[in-house]
Design a protein around this ligand. Sequence first.
Ligand SMILES: [Zn+2]
Length: 114
Amino acid sequence: MGLSVVGVDRMAKHIARKDLRKLGDERVGILVQLSREAVKEGYNDRARRYVELARAICGKAQTEMPRDFRYCRKCLLPLVPGINCKVRLTGSKIVSECGCGTVWRMPYLKEQRK
Ligand SMILES: [Zn+2]
């Protein structure tokens, strides 16, 4: 599969790239949703496959994972609080712990900034 099938001139390539990204975003969005559902149903292997696919598409389509989608960088499972992820607030930090034992500490972002 390549871009060569869609056209050879510069304009065609430009459009193809834009379409590719749009298509990538859509696919990634679907995969992210599916992986969350898989975790909720207890299918971790399947969930991990979806995350792997989504990441592969991100690389190819030069797009990014949705901002609100969080997954463990170690075991590649989507983090679903209450299922495979514990979330605590300590002072000014959010502490998340994945089921595999990986822990993150993130500064608590204040949404309402004026
Ligand atoms: Zn993990």
